[in-house]
Design a binder for this molecule. Structure first.
Ligand code: AMP
Ligand code: MN
Ligand code: MN
Ligand code: MN
Length: 280
């Protein structure tokens, strides 16, 4: 059986490895098919595809788009996208400039709690002028001793009701799914168990997503318990949605699953890759 990992991050967003290092790492872990899915950015795909060719890894163009739906932030993964599709490129560019604005707001909020210098600190991890996100702030806060690791930061900072939280309006679900489908890709709801949705809101989301042309649910991902994976496998079957599998790897020491090191899809799922020629 092929080892397929369709969700991970490089230094182009908030990962720790460059696209080439990430692909090399995937090769050492026995990954056969890899999608790079950086947050709101497709700039790493060319480098990753090139590196994958050298390692005989089948490479899939990916992205993970930040969406606001009702009062929630959702992540929608796009697989098999065309990274030159103008509406997608322009949309992602606008999201990234919104991220820069949000970063200033996060820093102002941290200032208010007596934590200074976080904007410069976060950019020292992201790289000047590059995509900035909460993970970069989390690395800065860890470095300063405010938490023992990145994961712990998100329990005390940067989330609703805690210091360093800045509300933000991302793009709509319709826009994200529209860009992905319009570019020839397949839209996947990332880590669905992470969202705080009641039963009926979840159903409404899944139906709306499907109605917009959404194709799949990420069933296997680092932030799901085995029970949650089974639950979402059943949702996928019930709604005739495909199932995806991805580690959401961000880097050694920062991720629960290593690249390709996670359970297979539960039986009865129809894989999102079922009709990808030559990959089965
Ligand atoms: P952003 O898109 O800038 O809001 O940042 C979201 C990113 O923060 C996610 O993709 C993760 O990399 C990271 N993150 C969010 N919550 C957690 C958590 N509880 N533990 C570890 N990383 C997290
Ligand atoms: Mn991330
Ligand atoms: Mn995500
Ligand atoms: Mn991710």
């Amino acid at each position: 059986m092929l080892n397929i990992d369709l969700h991970c991050h490089s230094t182009v967003s908030d990962g720790l490895l460059t696209p080439t290092q990430l692909v090399d790492h995937a090769a050492t872990r026995g990954v056969d098919v890899l999608a790079l899915t950086d947050h709101d950015n497709v700039d790493g795909l060319d480098e990753a595809r090139h590196a994958a060719k050298a390692k005989s890894i089948t490479f899939i163009n990916g992205v993970e788009i930040s969406v606001s739906w009702r009062s929630q932030t959702l992540h929608i993964v796009g697989l098999g996208i065309d990274p030159e599709y103008a509406p997608l490129i322009e949309g992602l560019l606008a999201i990234r400039s919104g991220r820069a604005e949000r970063a200033s707001n996060i820093a102002s909020q941290l200032d208010k709690s007596g934590i200074y210098g976080s904007l410069e600190g976060a950019y020292s991890y992201a790289g000047a002028g590059r995509l900035i996100g909460r993970t970069h702030f989390a690395r800065f806060l860890t470095e300063r001793g405010h938490a023992k690791d990145v994961k712990s930061v998100f329990k005390k900072y940067l989330v609703k009701g805690k210091p360093g939280y800045a509300p933000h309006q991302w793009v709509s679900l319709a826009e994200a799914v529209g860009w992905i489908c319009g570019s020839g890709g397949r839209a996947v709801i990332a880590h669905p168990a992470r969202y705080k949705l009641g039963k009926s809101a979840l159903d409404e989301l899944l139906l709306e997503f499907k109605g917009l042309g959404g194709a799949a649910i990420e069933v296997i991902t680092a932030s799901h318990t085995p029970e949650q994976s089974l639950l979402f496998a059943r949702h996928a079957q019930r709604l005739d949605l495909l199932a995806s599998r991805g580690s959401d790897f961000h880097g050694p020491g920062e991720s629960y699953f290593d690249l390709g090191r996670m359970p297979e899809l539960p039986s009865g799922c129809k894989p999102v890759w079922h009709d990808w020629n030559g990959i089965m």
